[in-house]
Design a protein around this ligand. Sequence first.
Ligand SMILES: O=C(CO)[C@H](O)[C@H](O)COP(=O)(O)O
Length: 228
Amino acid sequence: MAVQINPSILSADFSRLAQEAKAVEGADWLHVDVMDNHFVPNLTLGVPIVESLARATDTPLDCHLMIQDADRWAPQYVEAGAGSVTFHAEAAAAPVRLAREIRAMGARASMALKPATPIEPFEDLLPELDMLLIMTVEPGFGGQAFLDIMLPKIRRTRELISKHGLELWLQVDGGVSASTIERCAEAGADVFVAGSAVYGASDPAQAVRALRTQAQAATAQAAWACDH
Ligand SMILES: O=C(CO)[C@H](O)[C@H](O)COP(=O)(O)O
């Protein structure tokens, strides 16, 4: 199974977004954190900047919406050029309808869970999704410490994906670095968002390659991947 490394633009220099996007070309996706200062206590960027970023880079955009009223806004991010749109389970009134709408518009549909939100109530919804995002920090800010207590949730989610024979990608976001990525991969994650570990490095593109090598090695040893 191929692992994917998605640098988070949240940790980039916002005055140079086009250059910062180009600095990580070679990454699988560019992770774009949209925050509205209501769902999370931080404010970042919206539809016009996503449109500009989509024009500025060949790397597909993985938009993570940390916003209220996701049902209303998520389709606009597909129109803006996002290849994948993640809404939060806690912010969507009709997640199945929304996932179907995103897919019908031609993008990948993804749902995120905050640390305190369990996966079990969403088991039946997983076939409607292309990706499930497990937050490994409280959403809102980059540079936070990885929450080890999320590892059992990653394992349970991977078990559910296997049980149902799904092609669902399992993304982790928050505190993912050289020190934590192997634990995430062993637990079952295959898509890794990294902000400060990439943009805090002297060579962001090299940081992406190094994280991918680590994740690939850990996945090759992982029991969940060996079963496939
Ligand atoms: O969603 C996010 C915060 O809500 C960011 O994507 C995440 O925190 C990435 O930053 P870092 O890798 O530095 O933790």
